[in-house]
Design a protein around this ligand. Sequence first.
Ligand code: ADP
Length: 485
Amino acid sequence: MSLPLLSVASEAFPLIKTGGLADVVGALPQALAEQGVAVRTLIPAYPAVLAEAARVGAAESPLTPGLEAQAGPGRLLAFTSHGRDFIALDLPQFFNREGAPYLTPEGRDWPDNPLRFAALSRAAAEIGLHGIEGWKPAVVHAHDWQAGLTPAYLHYAGQPRPGTVITIHNIAFAGKCALSLRERMHLPPEALLPEGVEFYGSLSLLKGGIAFADRVTTVSPTYAAEICTPEGGMGFDGILRARGAAVSGILNGIDTEAWDPRTDAALAAKFDPLNLIKRGANKAELQARFGLPRSPDTLVYGVVSRLSWQKGLDLLLQVLPELMASGAQLAVLGNGDRPLEDGFRAAMQAHPGQISCVIGYNEPLAHLVQAGVDALLVPSRFEPCGLTQLYALRYGAVPVVGRVGGLADTIIDANPMALAAGAATGLQFSPITAEGLAAALRRTAILYANRTAWKQMQVNGLATDVSWREPARHYAALYRSLAAA
Ligand code: ADP
C-alpha cells in the first residue's frame, strides 16, 4: 500500500523556483512514487501558481477556522500539474504578490515574511491533523525555514499526529523574527522557552522544525556533520547535537528528465556519453552567446550561481589575473549581490573576449553553459549539497569544487590514486581561499592538457548516478519508519 505524504515548501519546480530547494521539492515526488510513496506538495498560491491551477482546473477546499483566524480568508486548491499533485494555499493577502516570492519590488524581504510562512506551516499542520478531501498524510515533510513551524504546530496541537521530518537545505536561513510575533502566529506562550522556537532572543521558524520534527535531515552527510559544529551550525549546532541520531544527511539527486543532454531542447547539439564529440557544438554556441572568441581548444570555465558570499565567487574575482594569464576563458551566469554583479561586469570590461557574464536568471542558458563549458567552478565556502556540480557531471563538464558539504560527497577528486584507478570525476580544493582556488585552476589546466585523463573524467561523470533513485530509497525508508511508529 502506498504511503501518503504531505511535502510542504515555499517553492517547487516547475511552478515557482528561486534556487535548488525548488528543484528538490519538484523532483522528489516522482522518484518517491516508484518507492510506493504518494506525495502531495503544499505550496503558496503565488500568481504563477494560481495561473497554473486555473489552467489545469483545481478542486477547492475551505481553510479550517483556526487557520482563517490566524491568516485571514482563503482556500486550498488541489490540482495536478506536470505529473505532480499540488495543494496551493491561496491566502491572497499573503501570497498574491507579483515578482520574486520573498522580495518586494525594491529587492528587500517582505516585512511580513515570518507571518506569511507561519501561515504556510499552519496550513500543513492542519492538513496533517484533519486531512483534505478525505486524504490524510501519514508523514509530513517540511522543507527549510518557510515550512519550519509545521512540526511545532503539530506538536502544540497535542493531538494524535502524523510523523514529521524537516529537511534543512541551507542552515544560513533561520527565518528569524521578533518574539512578539508569537501571538499573531498562534503559538502558545511556552513556545518562547529555549526548548521551543526561541533562538538567541529572536523567534526562529527553522528552530520549530529542528526542535520538534521527529527527524531532521539535511542534504548531504558531510553537511549533516558540519552543521553540528560551531563553525557550520550558525547557532543551531548545540540543539542539533542534542538531537543526536535524529539528525542525518541524504544527498540530493537531480531531475534526470529535465536535465538530459540526449533530449535537452536548450542545447545547440544533443549528445550522449558515446558521442561526446558533439559537445563541441555546444561549446561553440556558448562562446557565441557570451561573445567569446570561438576557440575549440581553449579551456572554458563556467559559473552558474547565485552571486553571494556563500558561493565564494569573490575568490574567483581575486584570482582572475592569473586565470586570464593562463589564456582560459570564463563564462559567468548569475545574479545576486550587487558588489559581485558589479565585479563581474567590471572584469568583463577589463578582459573583453576572455571573460563574459550574463547577469540574470536564465534557465535555458544554464543548460547551455553546462553543455558547453569544459569545467564548472563551484568555489563555495559552504554548500549543503549543491546541484550545479551534479548537472555538470551529467553534461560532461568537469566540476572544480571546494571540499565542503555536498561538494565533498559528490565529486571524486582527481588525486593521483583516483586518476590511476580511472575513478576521478572532478577536482576538489581546500582550503577555500583565493590561493586554494588558484592552485585548483593550475591543476585543472594541467589535466585539461592531458586529453585522455580529461575525457576519462568526463566519461566517469556521465556514468555517475545523479538521479533521485537512491536518495528516494533513503527518504522512503525514513518515512516508513515514522509511519510505523
Ligand atoms: P542554491 O540553492 O544555494 O542556489 P544549488 O546549487 O543547490 O544552489 O541550486 C542552484 C539552482 O539554481 C540550480 O538549478 C542552478 O542551475 C540554478 N541557478 C542558479 N543561478 C542561476 C541563474 N543565474 N540562471 C539560471 N539558473 C540558475
